[in-house]
Every structure is written in C-alpha cells, then in structure tokens.
Write a protein that binds this ligand. Sequence first.
Ligand code: ZN
Length: 244
Amino acid sequence: MIAILSDVHGNEEALRAVLADCEQRGVSRYWFLGDCVGYGPRPNECSALIRARAEVALAGNHDIACVGGMDISPFRREIRTAWTLIMDLLDSETRDWLTGLEPQAHRDAEQSALFHASPRDPVWEYVEDGESIKGALSACDSRFIFVGHSHLPFAIFYDGGDTAYHRRDADGGWIDVSEGRWICNPGSVGQPRDGDPRAAYMIFDPAENRLAHHRVSYDIPLVQKQILELGLPESNANRLAFGL
Ligand code: ZN
C-alpha cells in the first residue's frame, strides 16, 4: 500500500498525525505530490519527514517560489510576505532538496503518473472542472493520474466514453479501481480547503486495485500559534480552523 500525500505546506503537526495514521494502517510506502512548504511555520521539519520516507517527491508551485525558482513580484503582497519569511527559514539541506525536485514523475510499475497540478501544466493548472479533467485524461495516458494543488480530495473514474464519474467515498471506504482510468487528488495534508479542517490524504493499493481517502485530526491551535509567532499572515492561521 502506498500513502499519497500532497500540499503539506509546512504544517508539521498535520503531517505527523497523517504519518502516524499511515503507520497504524500498515502503510510503509509514500508518494508526495508537492508543496511541502509555503503558508506554514515548519518547512524544514516537514521537508525532513518527507525526504526520509518518500519514494517519489514532486515540487509544487510554493516549493519553487520558496527556493527562488520563479519571479514572485506579480503575486499578492500577503503571499509574497509569507514566501519571503519562509525562504529565510529554510536550511541548506531543505533548500538543496527542494531545488532538485521536479513537478511530475511516472511510476510504470503501478501504471501511474504523478503531477503537482496537472498533466498539461504540472505546476499551475487546477484540475477541478470537466474541461480540466478531460484535458488531463487526454494529455496523459497512464491508467492512474494523481494530482494535488487544488487541496480538494476527489477520485474520478473514466470508462472511455464521454463522461467522467465522481467516485469519492467521503467515509474513507475502499474504492474499487480494477477497471477504467482514474484521476485522483488526495486533498491537502496541511491546509484543507473543502470545509473539513482535518488533514487529508489517500491510500493507493495497486496490488488489490483499490484506493481510499482518509482524514485525520491534529492540534490546529498549536499550529495557529506557531504561525503567529513567526509573523506569518494571520489569515494563514485562521483558515486552518475552517478548512478553507
Ligand atoms: Zn498547495
């Protein structure tokens, strides 16, 4: 079984809670879809935890921004302030590791392609509506496509016809994936945006052809305190309580 994690965003408490949940479920393999840093207060700690475990780790847009890999001047002031603060926090090991990551990877043994955002634009495009789902399915022919970036958990099934079907089981039950093609988002570990503040991740079991979404509670007030202590924007702390 493989745990698929994305969008940790420097939230060490959420990440530790997810890793403990994975261990309890007997998961020992990890794939990470990017955005280890950005928004949250513990970028180095999160990078070390992912680095030690992930068979494959991708770069997200925040990771690229926080190692100086893009021009951040067009972004909102609040985002730029957070990125600059986080950039200063990064130790050299974290910076080197993040700089070496790519925003996409293929795992042929598991018929899988992994993108931080989408197959058409691995760094920026949100896969969230019919057009972007169709675009993703035609740009990549892997049977399983895993994306992060939108922070919204989903599992979409495509049987080769005109329609893609939403098959997410919100209760964490197994979804049978023995047929068709799938495009899935595990949701966000460190900053969920679907109205549920608990950390989100997914387990993929290629041997049994099944996958499941899971949610895990963690100490949100502690992370809010860490965010404010560092002088990161207050909204980064407030939104965690609401999952927005
Ligand atoms: Zn993100």
